[in-house]
Design a protein around this ligand. Structure first.
Ligand code: FMN
Length: 172
C-alpha cells in the first residue's frame, strides 16, 4: 500500500466514540469537503441534515437498526438527495453524486482525526419512510444514508480489500 494513500487506507468504519462534541468549525470543514466531489452536470443534488440532538438520534436508531451505536455518538450528518435537482431527475445520478459526497465526508472525518460510519437508509423502503416521516421531508427529498461521527474510541488497522481477480485488463 502506497504511503501517500494512507489517508484512504486508514479510513475505517468507526462505531465507538468518545463523549465529546465535534466542534462546529470541523463540521463546516466536513461539509465543504462533502461538496467538493464530482457531480453529473454539476447539479449538486446533495442535501445535508446535521443532527446532534440525542433524542433524534435515539429515534433514528429505531428506524436504522444496523446503526444502534448512533445513540452513543455525538452526531450524524444525514445525506439526502433532491431528485428534482439531479441530472435528468435520475435516481441513479442522484445516488452516484451523493455516494461520492458521502465518501468525501468519511475521508474528511478521518483526515481531521475523527471517526465515522456510513449507515444505510436507501433503498430500504421502511427506513426511507421512517426518516421521511420523522423529518416531514418534502416528496423530492430522498434520505440516502447517515454518517455517524465523533471522536473515535476505537482504532482499526489501515487496509485495502484489493483483489487482483476482480481486475480485467483490456478485455473481460
Ligand atoms: C451503503 C452502505 C451502507 C452501510 N450501512 C451500514 C450500517 O447500517 N451499519 C453499519 O454498522 N455499517 C454500515 N456500513 C459500513 C460497512 O459495514 C463497512 O464499510 C464495511 O464493513 C467495510 O469496513 P470499513 O468501512 O472499515 O472498510 C455501510 C456501508 C455502505 C457502503
Amino acid at each position: 500500500m502506497n504511503k501517500k494513500l494512507d489517508f484512504i487506507f486508514s479510513r475505517r468504519s468507526i462505531r465507538k466514540f468518545q463523549n465529546k462534541k465535534v466542534e462546529a468549525e470541523l463540521v463546516q470543514d466536513i461539509l465543504q469537503a462533502a461538496a467538493a466531489v464530482p457531480s453529473a452536470m454539476c447539479r449538486d443534488p446533495w442535501r445535508f441534515l446535521v443532527i446532534e440532538n440525542s433524542e433524534t438520534l435515539q429515534k433514528l436508531s429505531t428506524i436504522m437498526p444496523n446503526g444502534s451505536f448512533m445513540t452513543e455518538a455525538p452526531m450524524m450528518i444525514m445525506m439526502l438527495g433532491d431528485i428534482k435537482e439531479a441530472h435528468i431527475e435520475s435516481e441513479s445520478y442522484m445516488l452516484q453524486d451523493c455516494s461520492a459526497s458521502i465518501e468525501n465526508i468519511l475521508l474528511a472525518i478521518n483526515a481531521l482525526g475523527l471517526g465515522g460510519c456510513w449507515c444505510g437508509i436507501h433503498p430500504r423502503s421502511e427506513r426511507v419512510a421512517g426518516v421521511r416521516e420523522l423529518f416531514n421531508l418534502p416528496e423530492n427529498i430522498i434520505p440516502i444514508g447517515g454518517i455517524v461521527l465523533g471522536y473515535p474510541a476505537e482504532s482499526k488497522e489501515p487496509r485495502t480489500r484489493f483483489d487482483a481477480s476482480k481486475v480485467h485488463y483490456e478485455k473481460w
